[in-house]
Design a protein around this ligand. Structure first.
Ligand code: NAG
Length: 460
C-alpha cells in the first residue's frame, strides 16, 4: 500500500522523459554515452586504486602485520626448551639469499615483508620430546593451534599473538632418509580460525604434501634477529620447488588386493625382492650421477594400483628425460654389476638402455618433449621397426615406494591411462609392448646403414 502513490507518480512523469523530437533523441543519446564513459572510467580508476593498495600493503587485508617481537619470543621459547626453530619460509629465504648484503640497522627489511604467516620448521622428534616448548609459547601469550595428519601425528602449528601468525611446519624424519611435510588439513573450526589470516596462495602451498632432503643449518642474523637457516639456501630452495609429494593410495591398493590378489608363490616373492633391490641400486647410482628418474610403465602401474611391484612384470622400468642422459650411466652401472644387455636408438632419437642383474631386467626409457606431449621410443630388434609411446606432458613428484624415496609423474593416472587405457585397474598378464598400449604409434624403420649403431644386443 505504501508504495502505491510512489509508483503512480513515476508513471505520471514517464511521458515527460520520453523524447519528443529527433533532436531530443540525439542529445539524450550523447548524454547517455557520456554517463557510460564516466562510469567506466570511474570503475577502472577504482580498480587501479584498489590494486595499488592491495599490492603495496598486502598485510592490510588481514589487519595485521608481522611483529618482530613475536619472532623473538618464538626463538626464546625454542632456546629455553632446546628446540631448533629453523626459518623455513621460501619467499623470505629467497629474498634474503639474493640481497643478504642489504642490512639497515633498525629496519625490518626481510621478515616484515611476509604475506600471511611467517613459516618456521621444527622436527617432529623435538616437538614430541620437548613438550615444554608449546607450553612455554602459551605462557608467553601465544594462542597455539595444532594440526594433525590423518594418523594423528602433529603436522602444523599456528601461533597467534600480537602480529600476523607464525607458522611451524613439523618435519618428520622418515626411515627412507628424507623429511616429510604433511598437507595442512584438520578440523573445520581450526581451519576457519587460521584461514582468515592466510592468503589463498600460501593456503594452497600448505595443502601440499612435501618431501625434503635432509639438510644442515647455520646461524644468521636477519633484520637484527639471530635465526637458524638452512646452510645451503640455494639447494634448499631448489629442493623446495621440487618437493611436491604424492603418497601412495593405500585404500586403492587394499581394494585391489582384496579383489585380485592371488596367493603369492615363493617365486613371486623372490622376484619382487630382487626387483626392489634393483630399484634401490639404480636409485643410488642415478642419484650419484645427479640424474632425476621416475617409475615408468609397469613399475609405475604397480605403484599406483597396488603400492607394490607387479610380480609377473619380470622387469623394472624407469624413465629419464633425454636432457639428463650421460654416457657415464653405462660405465657406472656396469661397474656395480648391472650388465648392459641392449641399447636401442641414439641420444637424438628413441634411446633405450636395458641392464640385467640377478635375472631381473632394468629398462631405462629416455623421454623426449614435443609440444604438449612427451614420448619414449621402442625398437624391434629383429625388424628394425621403430615405435613411439606418447604421453600428455607431465611433471615429477616425489613418493615413497617400498621405503624408497623416488619420483613418479605427478599426473600419475593420466600417465597410466595413456599407457594402459581405461581398464588399467584390471590385471593383464599377456601384455604385448608392440600392440597393447593405446599410446603406441608406428614410427618408421631404422635405415639399414644405422642398424649396427641403434640396435646393440649383447650376449649374456
Ligand atoms: C584413493 O583411491 C580411491 C579409489 O580409487 C579413490 O576413490 C580416492 O579418492 C583415492 N584417494 C585419494 C586421496 O586420492
Amino acid at each position: 500500500m505504501m508504495f502505491g502513490p510512489c509508483t503512480k507518480d513515476l508513471r505520471h512523469e514517464e511521458p515527460l522523459t520520453k523524447p519528443t523530437s529527433r533532436m531530443w533523441g540525439i542529445r539524450n543519446l550523447r548524454r547517455k554515452a557520456f554517463v557510460v564513459v564516466l562510469v567506466v572510467v570511474g570503475l577502472i580508476l577504482l580498480d587501479q586504486i584498489y590494486l595499488h593498495v592491495w599490492l603495496s600493503s598486502p598485510s592490510t587485508q588481514f589487519q595485521r602485520s608481522l611483529h618482530l617481537d613475536d619472532v623473538r619470543q618464538l626463538l626464546r621459547a625454542g632456546q629455553d626448551a632446546s628446540v631448533t626453530t629453523i626459518l623455513f619460509d621460501p619467499v623470505i629465504l629467497d629474498a634474503w639469499n639474493r640481497n643478504s648484503h642489504v642490512e639497515v640497522p633498525g629496519v625490518c627489511i626481510f621478515l616484515c615483508h611476509v604475506v600471511g604467516p611467517l613459516t618456521f620448521a621444527v622436527t617432529a622428534a623435538q616437538l614430541r620430546d620437548k613438550p615444554m616448548f608449546l607450553s612455554r609459547l602459551a605462557q608467553l601469550g601465544f594462542t597455539v593451534t595444532i594440526f594433525e595428519n590423518s594418523e594423528g601425528q602433529r603436522s602444523h602449528v599456528f601461533l597467534m599473538r600480537q602480529g600476523s601468525p607464525l607458522h611451524l611446519v613439523v618435519l618428520h624424519m622418515k626411515p627412507a632418509d628424507y623429511l616429510r611435510q604433511y598437507a595442512l588439513e584438520g578440523p573445520p573450526h581450526n581451519v576457519a580460525q587460521v584461514k582468515q589470516y592466510i592468503t589463498k596462495d600460501s593456503w594452497n602451498h600448505m595443502k601440499l604434501d612435501r618431501a625434503y632432503e635432509r639438510f644442515s643449518t647455520k646461524d644468521k642474523k636477519i633484520d637484527g634477529v639471530d635465526l637458524t637457516v638452512p646452510s645451503h639456501v640455494d639447494s634448499f630452495l631448489t629442493d623446495h620447488r621440487n618437493s611436491h609429494f604424492l603418497p601412495c593410495n593405500e585404500s586403492r591398493a587394499g581394494y585391489y588386493n582384496l579383489k585380485y590378489l592371488k596367493n603369492e608363490s615363493p617365486e613371486d616373492t623372490r622376484f619382487k625382492h630382487k626387483a626392489w633391490k634393483l630399484i634401490g641400486k639404480a636409485k643410488v647410482l642415478l642419484d650419484q650421477l645427479n640424474i632425476p628418474f621416475w617409475l615408468s610403465s609397469g613399475t609405475c602401474l604397480g605403484f599406483y594400483r597396488q603400492c607394490d611391484i607387479i610380480a609377473w612384470s619380470k622387469d623394472v622400468d624407469l624413465g629419464i628425460f633425454i636432457e639428463d642422459y650421460k654416457p657415464a650411466i653405462i660405465t657406472e652401472f656396469e661397474k656395480r654389476g648391472l650388465r648392459l644387455i641392449a641399447k636401442f636408438g641414439k641420444e637424438s632419437d628413441s634411446l633405450e638402455l636395458s641392464f640385467k642383474e640377478d635375472e631381473v631386467k632394468l629398462d631405462l626409457f629416455f623421454f623426449y618433449t614435443e609440444g604438449a606431449t612427451m614420448w619414449n621410443g621402442g625398437t624391434q630388434a629383429r625388424t628394425g621397426k621403430k615405435y613411439k609411446y606418447v604421453f600428455p606432458a607431465f611433471t615429477l613428484c616425489w613418493t615413497e615406494f617400498l621405503e624408497l624415496k623416488v619420483r613418479v609423474p605427478c599426473q600419475t593416472e593420466e600417465y597410466i591411462r595413456a599407457n594402459y587405457g581405461p581398464s588399467w585397474f584390471t590385471p593383464v598378464t599377456n601384455w604385448d609392448w608392440k600392440t597393447s598400449p593405446p599410446n603406441v604409434r608406428e614410427n618408421g624403420v631404422w635405415p639399414e646403414a644405422e642398424r649396427s649403431e641403434v640396435i646393440v644386443l649383447k650376449d649374456v
